[in-house]
Design a protein around this ligand. Structure first.
Ligand code: GCO
Ligand code: MN
Ligand code: MN
Length: 393
């Protein structure tokens, strides 16, 4: 029984080099683990059943490396990928660590910084393309402010648009076959970040020149920090065919970005998310990589890091099994069965017509009876809890 929760390649689990390679530095304390060689991380991930690995340009190639150094590093990394069969489905750019990005990258007031951000991103896209990445993530960690008066926020928004339009043009011109996934976050490291939620991103995307190649990369922690339902954000993205990638982790509400092991907090939220992604309720399933953007507690040594990584994948699979059982439960199905009304259903489907409007205005609807009816949601939610806690299957 336990073995069935062991991850396999087909599960499409991925980790960032920066996640399992996180040395545990925080604003108050130094690294607690040594920095690991990316090739070692890839071999270990392959061993524990992951499908692939994602990276920022500088997770692999140090900032400022010479062309020959880059060629050597990338050559060795490609060999490790080939030896292990590991994929790089997603790549991204580090536009936040170097001090030059202290007041933003694409939104900076300094044209030199904006030009450098575009240059660095195009090079990161070249690297991603060389490694086979078809998804390119944009997380605007420094695209925000503390001294809000420093720029018109509309200018920031406009600069983001121009940058995305330019980079879409670059990906197309190079024929990289890449799609972009934009990642929202409400704050941290800036006091306020522009484009703070997945909903903001979805609207922003609709204003882009090549909107068809741009979607979102929502992260559990980022919506939960803002007190929002992550599953609802993901559902909206899925409904618009815009869920191109996902960052899975765990988070307590109202805290700093904790990047905890997936499913270690808010198990009900995690259950509802996996239910949605896996389509156990019905509807389209998410087909992309299941990426964990999280890291091990600072208390851990390397062995703890691999326990953390296995835990993320295992919990995802356990939640998938629980969600399946919940949605196959006859009592659950009965409680959430779609209600039918032969007279009203045709009036509610297929949009507006004058006849339907007239018929709806004339319809006699027993409002009191509908208002009085108990919905059974206490029972439904208790069934969810019992499935989640493993006492019903
Ligand atoms: C964070 C972000 C990052 C991004 C990563 C990929 O809060 O630090 O989640 O981990 O996901 O930079 O773009
Ligand atoms: Mn993330
Ligand atoms: Mn994050």
């Amino acid at each position: 029984m336990a073995a069935s929760f062991d991850p396999v390649r087909e599960d499409l689990f991925t980790f960032g080099l920066w996640t399992v390679g996180n040395p545990g530095r925080d604003p108050f304390g130094d690294a607690v683990r040594p920095v690991q060689d990316p090739n070692h991380l890839v071999r270990k991930l392959a061993e524990i059943g992951a499908y692939g690995v994602n990276l920022h340009d500088n997770d692999l190639v140090p900032f400022g490396a010479s062309a020959s150094e880059q060629a050597r590093i990338v050559g060795e990394f490609k060999k490790t990928l080939a030896d292990t069969g590991m994929k790089v489905p997603m790549a991204t750019t580090n536009l936040f660590t170097h001090p030059v990005f202290k007041d933003g990258a694409f939104t900076s007031n300094d044209p030199k910084v904006r030009a450098f951000a575009l240059q660095k991103t195009m090079r990161a896209m070249d690297l991603g393309a060389e490694l086979g990445a078809k998804i390119f993530v944009f997380w605007g960690g420094r695209e925000g402010c503390e001294a809000d008066a420093c720029r018109d926020p509309r200018t920031a928004w406009q600069r983001m648009r121009e940058s995305m339009d330019f980079l879409c043009g670059y990906a197309k011109d190079q024929d990289y076959g890449m799609r972009f996934a934009l990642e929202a976050k409400p704050n941290e490291p800036r006091g306020d970040l522009y484009l703070p939620t997945t909903g903001h991103m979805l609207h922003f995307i609709s204003t882009l020149e090549h909107h068809e190649m741009v979607g979102v990369n929502p992260e559990v922690a980022h919506e939960v920090m803002a007190g929002l339902s992550f599953a609802h954000n993901v559902a909206q993205a899925m409904a618009c065919d815009k869920l191109f990638h996902i960052d899975l982790n765990g988070q307590k509400i109202g805290r700093y970005d904790q990047d905890l092991r997936f499913g270690s907090e808010d198990q009900k939220g995690a259950f509802l998310l996996v239910r949605l992604l896996e389509g156990t309720l019905g509807g389209k399933r998410y087909e992309g990589p299941r990426h964990f953007d999280a890291h091990a507690y600072r208390s851990e040594d390397e062995a703890g890091v691999w326990e953390f990584a296995k835990g993320c994948m295992r919990t995802y699979k356990i939640l998938h099994a629980r969600a399946k059982a919940f949605d196959q439960d006859a009592e659950v199905r009965q409680l959430i069965a779609e209600q039918k009304d032969a007279a009203l259903d045709p009036l509610l489907a297929g949009g507006f017509s004058r006849q339907k409007a007239d018929a709806l205005k004339a319809a006699s609807i027993d409002v009191d009876a509908a208002a009085k009816r108990g919905l059974g949601y206490e029972r439904l939610d208790q069934l969810l809890v019992e499935h989640l806690l493993g006492v019903r299957s």
